[in-house]
Design a protein around this ligand. Structure first.
Ligand code: ATP
Length: 357
C-alpha cells in the first residue's frame, strides 16, 4: 500500500485571540476558533472581512500581531514563537492553484516531498495523481490541463506530504458552475476518505453549507457566529447573519411589551431586547399565496419569474411600502396583476432588534 492511500494523522487547530493589523487596517480582530481533528470548518464572509489573512496566519505566511495559533496542541505562532510554514505540517491550496508552470505535473506533486528519498517521493506523487484520476498527465505541463484538472493537481500536491491540516482559499471559485459542483463533491469525498482536518475560505454561503461541518461567519475581522450550517441558517444571531444566508424580506417595525405588530401579523419581540425599533425578517419560502381575504394580508402581484427549481414573485401588500418576495413551486404562482392573499409561517419569522445593525 502506498503512503498516499493511508488516512492522514489529522491535527487539531486552536486559535486564541488572534489579531492582525496592516498599518491602520485591523484585518483580523481577536479571533478564537478551534477545529477538531477530521473536521471541515469554513471561514465565510464578504470580501475584505479577513478570511484569507486568518488562513495565512495558520499557514505561517503571516505572523499574527497578537494571539496564539496552535496545531495539535503545539504553539506555532505566539508572542515569542514562530514556526515557519514548512515545519507546520499544513497543506495549502489557493484559488489560482499556484502550480509551477515550468515543472511537469508529476514534478509539481513531488515538490513538497523533497525530504523523502527520490524513489519514494515519486511513488507517493504517482499514487496521489492516480487517486485524483490524473496519472496519464504525469509528464504534461500545467498549461496543457483544463482548470478542473489543474485543481485536482493542486489537491494532489497539497495532500501528498500527508499534512495534519489542509488550508484551502476559495479552491473552487475558478471553475465554471457545471464543473464546480462535481469537483467540489469529488474533493470533499477524498478529504473525508483521508480523514483530513480542513479549514476552507469561501464567500459563498451555499458552498459553505454544502461542505462544512461548521461555519465561522466573519465580519470586519471578527467571527460573529460559528456553528453547524443548519444552526446558522435557522437561528442566525444577527440580521447580518440572516441576510448572509437568505434573500430576506425585511419589515421595519417597533417592539412594545414583547410584541411586534406588522401588516403581516403580530410577532414575538426578540428576547431581552426591550422596546424599540426592530426588523422582522421573512424568508421568501415562508410566505405563501392563498385566496384573497383568507391570509393575514392581501396584495397585488407585481412580477413573477421562472427560476428553474422555483418561481419568485414580488407582491405589493396593503399597508407595506416595499414589495415582498414570495417563492412558489415552478409554474404555481399567480400572474402579475392578480389580487392575492398572503399567509405567513409565523414560527419561521426572524425578529431582530434594529440596534447594532
Ligand atoms: P477576499 O474574499 O476579497 O479575499 P478576505 O475576507 O480574504 O477578502 P483579506 O484578504 O484577509 O480579506 O483582507 C482583510 C483586510 O486586510 C482588507 O481590508 C485588506 O485590504 C487588508 N489586507 C490584507 N492583506 C494586506 C496586506 N498584506 N497589506 C495591507 N493590507 C492588507
Amino acid at each position: 500500500m502506498s503512503d498516499f492511500t493511508k488516512a492522514l494523522a489529522a491535527a487539531s487547530l486552536d486559535l486564541r485571540g488572534v489579531r492582525q493589523t496592516f498599518g491602520a487596517t485591523l484585518a483580523v480582530d481577536d479571533v478564537s476558533l478551534t477545529v477538531a481533528p477530521g473536521e471541515t470548518v469554513c471561514l465565510l464572509g464578504h470580501s475584505g472581512c479577513g478570511k484569507t489573512t486568518l488562513l495565512r496566519m495558520v499557514a505561517g505566511l503571516e505572523r499574527p500581531t497578537a494571539g496564539q495559533v496552535s496545531l495539535d496542541g503545539r504553539e506555532v505562532a505566539g508572542p515569542s514563537v514562530f514556526v515557519p510554514p514548512e515545519q507546520r505540517g499544513v497543506g495549502l491550496m489557493f484559488q489560482d492553484y499556484a502550480l509551477f508552470p515550468h515543472l511537469t505535473i508529476l514534478e509539481n506533486v513531488t515538490f513538497g516531498l523533497a525530504r523523502l528519498p527520490a524513489a519514494k517521493a515519486r511513488a507517493i506523487a504517482e499514487a496521489a495523481l492516480a487517486r485524483v484520476g490524473l496519472a496519464r498527465y504525469a509528464g504534461d505541463y500545467p498549461h496543457m490541463l483544463s482548470g478542473g484538472e489543474q485543481q485536482r493537481v493542486a489537491l494532489a500536491r497539497a495532500l501528498a506530504p500527508q499534512p495534519g491540516i489542509l488550508l484551502m482559499d476559495e479552491p473552487f471559485s475558478n471553475l465554471d458552475q457545471r464543473m464546480r459542483e462535481r469537483i467540489r463533491e469529488e474533493t470533499m469525498a477524498l478529504l473525508r476518505e483521508k480523514g483530513a482536518t480542513v479549514l476552507v475560505v469561501t464567500h459563498d454561503p451555499v458552498e459553505a453549507m454544502m461542505i462544512a461541518d461548521r461555519i465561522a461567519l466573519m465580519r470586519s475581522g471578527r467571527i460573529v457566529q460559528a456553528g453547524a450550517p443548519r444552526d446558522l441558517y435557522e437561528r442566525p444571531a444577527s440580521l447580518f447573519a440572516a441576510r448572509f444566508f437568505c434573500d430576506l424580506n425585511e419589515i421595519a417595525a417597533v417592539a412594545r411589551d414583547g410584541r411586534v405588530e406588522t401588516p403581516l401579523g403580530v410577532f414575538a419581540a426578540p428576547q431581552g431586547a426591550g422596546d424599540g425599533d426592530c426588523v422582522v425578517g421573512l424568508r421568501p419560502g415562508d410566505l405563501t399565496f392563498v385566496a384573497p381575504g383568507s391570509g393575514v394580508v392581501d396584495g397585488v402581484v407585481e412580477s413573477h419569474r421562472f427560476l428553474g427549481d422555483f418561481d419568485l414573485a414580488t407582491v405589493v401588500l396593503d399597508g407595506l411600502d416595499n414589495p415582498l418576495k414570495i417563492r412558489t413551486l415552478p409554474g404555481k404562482g399567480p400572474s402579475p396583476g392578480a389580487r392575492v392573499g398572503v399567509a405567513v409561517v409565523h414560527s419561521q419569522a426572524l425578529v431582530f432588534s434594529a440596534a447594532g445593525h
